[in-house]
Design a protein around this ligand. Structure first.
Ligand SMILES: NC(=O)CC[C@H](N)C(=O)O
Length: 724
């Protein structure tokens, strides 16, 4: 089947299809966490002591006795068998944004050759995958392969079903034989405990006597696109790069603002409900779903959970979105910018910290100016964003996210913090040494008796900010849709730990020199705002004036590409931050830099090779077929004395030539391999390779608007975005 036939067949297949049936949903009480080995199931199957020990570990991070692990393993195995599982797997989170799993059977044979089932504490505690076959940033040589996975009891085990069986999945950490973190979970757990340690110091100085372990929480809004798989199969760029490398803008995109929150197409809603049924079984609290801004774009957002569990659940959610899409004949695109010219996809990470004794420490209450704990924690965040802005940019850096940041409703690549009117005033008043009572939002009165009045929020929302306060948490909006939330959470928890340590030191000095608590807190925050208040910005983050002012007057950094962003990992202040808090050793940090740089270079090179391939083998032949049709008609007509317009033929010929000239330049550019440093190689990809890819695309997209629709091989934007 030729390329254009595949495209036309795809349209016919889709228009003749209908939404898939999904089995009748069960009641929530039968569905919720039925595939999770949660506290309720542990309580039923463990001895009282073992259950108490497990609960303590989950809630406070206290170590677990090996004997308890044996008891838990046995109970887990029985439960997994009752769900039909014959296999188990440690699931871990290497430095790839994806998950990794190796499945082992519970089966062993006894001396009589009978199959029996075994699962001991030591099998639960430790697994052994090959450490050198995962990204490791030179921490492991090819011949030094040993790596370990180790059970994380704080994230519940669960069952994954396929039509043919079930597997017990055990969330785990992943480290090298030499003990270095090779994953995204170890630093997240460490960052939580660093934050807890520093927060305890501040809260004790604030006179709190009972302080439970503090934890960070996360609720991540996941945006995604759905494209019919018939189209996707005819787009090698979507299959291999996750985004369209070619595609002329359709006449209609998102300019009518009519897709956002619009009626959800039935086929998509059936898909969403199927996704949610699976998520509920897995104990993932999916809360919201809706159409997003771009046609073909949607969002799912879970309720917040403890950050470590939320991070594991976020990975699982991405997996479920993809697997379920296949079942429904879709390809789910998690790429940050699958289609040029319309909205990209983010994963806005809502983050807060708190505990069971002081509650949510980022909740200001009605009178934030009097809530001293809140002011200190919020101030600590402001300091963190200012001091470690480049690190926050680095942890969300990827080739894919570079296309999104600063374009179509996505936040800019300058890290500032939005507080909302009321809070910004409180912090500015503190800076000016003149703290006044605040006013709340007041009642919303539309003058319509049938519409009940309600309390308005004290501040507006600002979606142009990369880091926005949204009432009782911060929303890190710059995070990309395909990324693991762990990197951003680690950066936020660690910068908070550092700022809280700084606050504790200053506050201690204030109190020791005789200041009362309120004066002490205000003095510390005044100093903090004088040094770090420049990061606070409540205006339009998209405005060019802000981009200029942020750099020239505020001293903030505008970091447009990953090539510019990743070197922040090598910065001395970042190294100090991670080693002083115990989150990452300098060696671990450097290995991360190496891994992420390599991933950036590889993604650009893969895309560039695809550009060369698709332009040469699909687009150029289509242009030539059309040219030959045109020239044939022109010559034929001329032979009977009719002179046809030749402008289209000439334009197609010149664009096809120009495209191939750019393809040749790009191919030659890809031959360069000698670079003095990784940084130089990244800059080469960011500048030379990417601009040549853009040049090829420019001519290819113009050809799409000239060449006969019947001959065009690649499904077009309008088809992929609108036909469902
Ligand atoms: N309205 C919105 O929240 C759009 C967000 C946008 N899709 C992003 O990339 O972050």
């Amino acid at each position: 089947m030729s390329g254009n036939q595949a495209r036309l067949m795809a349209i016919s297949n889709i228009t003749n299809g209908s939404a898939m049936d999904v089995c009748t949903p069960k009641l929530m009480k039968d569905l919720w966490a039925c595939d999770v080995f949660d506290f309720a199931k542990m309580e039923q199957s463990l001895s009282k002591n073992a259950f108490k020990a497990m609960k303590k570990t989950v809630q406070t991070g206290a170590p677990l006795e090996p004997a308890t692990a044996d008891v838990v393993a046995a109970a887990m195995k029985d439960w997994a068998h009752s769900k039909g599982a014959k296999f188990f797997s440690h699931i871990f989170y290497p430095m790839t944004n994806a998950t990794a799993e190796k499945h082992d059977g519970f089966i062993i044979t006894n001396s009589d050759g009978h199959a029996i089932s075994e699962f001991t504490g030591s099998l639960l505690i430790k697994g052994e995958p090959d450490g050198s076959s995962f990204p490791n940033g030179s921490l492991r040589m090819t011949n030094a392969a040993r790596g370990y996975t180790a059970w994380d009891p704080t994230s519940p085990a669960y069952i994954m079903h396929t039509p043919n069986g079930a597997t017990l999945m055990i969330p785990s950490v992943f480290m090298s034989w030499t003990g270095e973190a090779l994953d995204k979970k170890i630093p997240l757990l460490r960052s939580n405990s660093a934050m807890n340690k520093a927060a305890q110091k501040v809260l004790s100085l604030m006179g709190e006597t009972e302080i439970a372990t503090l934890n960070s929480s996360c609720g991540a809004e996941q945006e995604y696109f759905l494209v019919d798989e018939n189209f996707a199969a005819a787009r090698p760029d979507l299959l291999l790069a996750g985004r369209t490398l070619f595609g002329a803008a359709p006449a209609k995109g998102q300019q009518f603002d009519d897709h956002y929150f619009g009626a959800i197409p039935e086929r998509v809603q059936v898909y969403m409900q199927d996704v949610e049924n699976t998520l509920y079984r897995l104990g993932i609290p999916a809360k919201t779903h809706h159409n997003e801004v771009a046609p073909g774009q949607f969002e799912i957002a879970p309720y917040y959970e403890a950050a470590n569990v939320a991070a594991d659940h976020q990975q699982l959610l991405m997996t479920v979105l993809k697997i379920t899409a296949k079942k429904h004949g879709f390809l789910c695109l998690l790429h940050e910018k699958p289609f040029a010219g319309v909205n990209g996809s983010g994963k806005h990470v809502n983050w807060s910290v708190g505990n069971s004794t002081q509650g949510n420490l980022l909740d200001p209450g009605c009178t934030p100016e009097k809530n001293l704990n809140f002011l200190l924690f919020c101030g600590a965040v402001i300091r963190g964003v200012h001091k470690y802005g480049p690190l926050l940019r680095a942890v969300i850096a990827s080739a894919a996210n570079d296309h999104r940041l600063g374009a179509n409703e996505a936040p800019p690549a300058i890290l500032s913090v939005y507080l909302g009117e009321q809070l910004e005033k409180v912090f500015m008043d503190i800076k000016d040494g003149n703290l006044k009572p605040t006013v709340n939002g007041g009642l919303m009165d539309l003058g319509l008796s049938q519409i009940l009045h309600f309390e308005r929020d004290p501040g507006d929302r600002n979606r142009t900010s990369p880091f926005a306060f949204t009432g009782n948490r911060f929303e890190f909006r710059a995070v990309g849709s395909s990324q693991s939330v762990s990197g951003p959470l680690v950066a936020m928890n660690t910068m908070l730990a550092d700022s809280l340590d700084w606050i504790a030191e200053k506050l201690d000095a204030e109190l020791s020199s005789g200041a009362d608590q309120t004066t002490g807190v205000i003095n510390v925050l005044k100093a903090l705002m004088e040094e770090h208040g420049n990061a606070v910005f409540g205006g339009d983050g998209y405005a060019t004036e802000w981009h200029e002012k942020a750099v020239s007057e505020r001293g903030l950094k505008n970091i447009p590409t990953t090539a510019d962003a990743l070197p922040a990992f090598l910065d001395e202040s970042v190294k100090d931050l991670f080693s002083s808090t115990g989150v990452l050793t300098p060696v671990e940090l450097e290995s991360r830099y190496e891994v992420y740089s390599e991933q950036y270079i590889l993604s650009i090179e893969v895309e560039a090779n695809l550009v060369v391939d698709i332009a040469t083998t699909s687009i150029y032949p289509a242009a030539m077929s059309y040219l030959s049709e045109l020239t044939g008609s022109i010559a034929g007509a001329s032979s009977i004395g009719i002179e046809l317009d030749t402008s289209v033929a000439k334009k197609v010929a010149s664009d096809a030539n120009a495209m191939m000239a750019a393809v040749n330049k790009l191919s030659a550019a890809l031959e360069s391999h000698d670079f003095p440093s990784v940084e130089a190689h990244m800059q080469y990809c960011a500048n030379d390779i990417r601009s040549l890819m853009d040049e090829v695309r420019l001519y290819a997209d113009t050809l799409e608007t000239q060449v006969s629709d019947e001959l065009w091989p690649l499904p077009k934007y309008a088809e992929m975005l609108f036909i469902k």
